[in-house]
Design a protein around this ligand. Sequence first.
Ligand code: FAD
Ligand code: UDP
Length: 410
Amino acid sequence: MGVRYCDFKDLDRSDFDAVVVGSGFAGAVAARELAERGGARVLVIEKRSHIGGNMYDELDEAGVLVHRYGPHIFHTNDKRAFDYVRRFTEWRDYEHEVLADWYGTYLPVPFNKNSMEIAFGEERAAHLTQKLIDAFGDERKVTITELREQDDPELSEIADFVYRNVFLYYTQKQWGLTPEEVDPSVTARVPVFVSRDNRYFQDAYQGMPAEGYTPLFERMLESEGILVCLNTEAESVFDLEFASGAEDAPLSAILIKGAPFQGPIVYTGPLDELFLSRFGRLPYRSLEFAWETHDVEHVLPCGTVNFTVTEDYTRITEFKHLTGQAHPKTTIMKEYSRPYEDPLRQIPYYAILSDENRAHYERYRALTAPLANFHPLGRLAEYRYYNMDVIIGRALALADELVPGLEGRR
Ligand code: FAD
Ligand code: UDP
C-alpha cells in the first residue's frame, strides 16, 4: 500500500479525527498508535518534503547511505521502545565507538582506562587508574563536573587533562559556552568511564535499522488510518483562537478549516513558532554539515571521530561504519555547530538547557496548557535534550493516555 500522501487543500475536516504535526519519532509513533490502537483517522502534517524528521536517511549521489540530519545510533534500556521499533524492520547489531582526535593521536571517548594509557603512558596510567578506582569504584562512570570537584592532586590532574583535552574546546564549539556554562546534564552524557569498555553507550539494546531509518518510518506510517501531508506547515493549517486579546491569554481553541478541532492534536514542532515567537524566539543550536565522498572503502577507524582540541568542526562521521553498507566508496560528514538565527534556512537541533530558557519555554507552554486536546511532544515541543528511545517511550505513553478516549468516540 505504501504511505498515503495527500494534499491538505483536498481534505475535508470530516476526513480525520486526530492531527499530528511532525513525522519524526514523536509524530510517527503517536500517529501509528492513535490509528492502530485508537482506530482514529490520523492526519500527519509535515513541513519538510519527506517523513522521518531528523532520522531521515537516503542514498547520496555515490550510492552511500547517509543520515541527512546527523548520525543517529539507536540505544536504549527501555525494552518497550526497542520492541516497538523492531516490529517494523530488521535490525543489525551495532555498538558505536568514538575516538577523540588528540593532536593526531586517537583517544577512546568516553575517556576510559584505555584513553588513560595513551595519554599518560602505561605506568602512570596504572597508578592514576587505581586512584580513580579507590575514589569512585571500578567500572563506574564519573561526570567531569564530579571529577573536577575532587581535592586530591592526582585526581585533579586527571580532571584537568580530561577537561582541557576532551571537553573544553568541543563544548565551546558545540554550544558557544564553556563546560561550566552548559547545563551539567549535557556533559554528564559523556562521563569518564573507569573501564576498558570502548563503547560510546552501555545500554542493553543497541543497533541500527538494517535497511535504514526511512523504510522504518515508511512502515510505521503505512496504515489505512494515516494520511500524510508533506510540505505543509502547522501554521498554515491551524487558526489559533485565544481566551482574550492579551499577549499572555491562553489558547481557547485550534480551528482547522474554519471550525474548532475537538480531536487530539499532537504537536512535535517548536512551541514558540506556533505563536509566531510573541515572547521572543526560544534559543536553539543549529548545525551545518559538510559532505565528502572518497574513492576508498573507509577513511576513519570507527563511526565517529570527535575533534576535541583542533579544527572548527566538532566531529566527523563515516556512515558505513554505522550502516554496515558494503560499497567501494565512502561518504563522511563534518559537523559545524551554529547559533540558530534564521528559521527559514536553519533547523533547530538542540534546545539550550538553562533555567532562564526553561522559564522562557514555560511562558509558551502556559498558552497551550488549558487546551485539553493539545499535546506537545518531543525534543522540540518539550524543549528537551531527548534521545530517540525516550521520545518513542513518551509517544507510547501519550498514546496509552489518548487511546481510551478515542475508543469511546467510535
Ligand atoms: P524531529 O526528529 O525533529 O521531528 C520533528 C518533525 O516535525 C520534523 O520532521 C519537522 O520538520 C516537523 N515540524 C517541525 N515544526 C513543524 C511545523 N510547524 N509544521 C509541520 N511540521 C513541523 N538520538 C539518539 O537516540 N541517538 C543518536 O545517535 C542521536 N543522534 C543525534 C544527532 C544529532 C545531530 C541530533 C540533532 C540529534 C540526535 N539524536 C539522537 C536525537 C534525535 O534526533 C531526537 O531524539 C529525535 O529527532 C526526536 O524526534 P522528534 O520527533 O521529537 O523530533
Ligand atoms: N562532549 C565533549 N567532548 C566530546 C564529547 C562530548 O565536550 O568528545 C560534551 C559536549 O558538550 C557535548 C556533550 O558532551 O555537547 C554531549 O555529547 P553527546 O555526544 O552526547 O552529544 P550529541 O551526540 O547529542 O550531539
